[in-house]
Design a protein around this ligand. Structure first.
Ligand SMILES: CC(C)(COP(=O)(O)OP(=O)(O)OC[C@H]1O[C@@H](n2cnc3c(N)ncnc32)[C@H](O)[C@@H]1OP(=O)(O)O)[C@@H](O)C(=O)NCCC(=O)NCCS
Length: 180
């Protein structure tokens, strides 16, 4: 199957083909399994929402996806809010979490990964932050994806414990991003 010229980004739907995603190495198997077995049910049940890259409404083969959910980040004293000092006594801050992110290896390097993360940022800023306190976007990054996240502006949570984790937490302060 050759990669399509164009892809659209939309919510996952019941009829979408969840078995065609090819991610390469073995470490990414859980990302394929999640898409195959859980993504649709989690989406329907409001546990986690998944957005997919598909060619069109006829060919619904999924070439990439992002799954988002409510979360929090334990900043401790690793990061202070200079614009709201009174909040610094709290350990936990509200966040949107990128629970899963994957792009088919045949279409990597074309900007789709970046587009999926930018989509998550816009949902948080336009739909969530104006109505519900939510300051950060967080993810648990595979070692191979750390530079990808850093290029976008994410920071690694600065604790020894976190840096030693197999999937370290990375975060971005949504409130500090300039408006597009
Ligand atoms: C990480 C991933 C989503 C990136 O998808 P992608 O579509 O290739 O990313 P993009 O094309 O948008 O890349 C954006 C930029 O990051 C860079 N980049 C992408 N993947 C990178 C990586 N693994 N390491 C370093 N830089 C990377 C690109 O070169 C590009 O830079 P540029 O703007 O200067 O050209 C994809 O590689 C993937 O699915 N990996 C396996 C699963 C995974 O790691 N998921 C995420 C974390 S759990």
């Amino acid at each position: 199957m050759s990669p399509p010229e164009q892809l659209i980004l939309r919510e996952i739907q019941a009829g979408d083909r969840v078995t065609g995603l090819s991610l390469g190495d073995k470490e990414t198997t859980p990302l394929k399994t999640f898409l195959r077995k859980c993504a649709k049910d989690f989406h329907q049940a409001n546990v986690a929402r998944t957005y997919v890259l598909v060619p069109d409404d006829e060919d619904t083969t999924i070439w990439g996806y992002i799954t988002l959910m409510c979360s929090e980040i334990k900043l401790g004293n690793t990061h202070t809010l200079d614009d709201c000092k009174a909040a610094n006594r709290y350990n936990d801050f509200p966040a949107v979490k990128i629970a899963r992110l994957a792009v088919d290896h045949r279409i990597r390097g074309r900007g789709y990964g970046d587009a999926l993360v930018q989509f998550a940022i816009s949902i948080a800023r336009q739909d969530i932050m104006p109505r519900i306190g939510c300051r950060f976007l967080v993810a648990e990054s595979k070692a191979g994806a750390l530079s990808f996240y850093k290029r976008i502006g994410f920071t690694i949570l600065n604790t020894e414990n976190n840096k030693e984790r197999r999937l370290p937490v990375v975060f971005i302060d949504l409130h500090k991003l300039r408006s597009n």
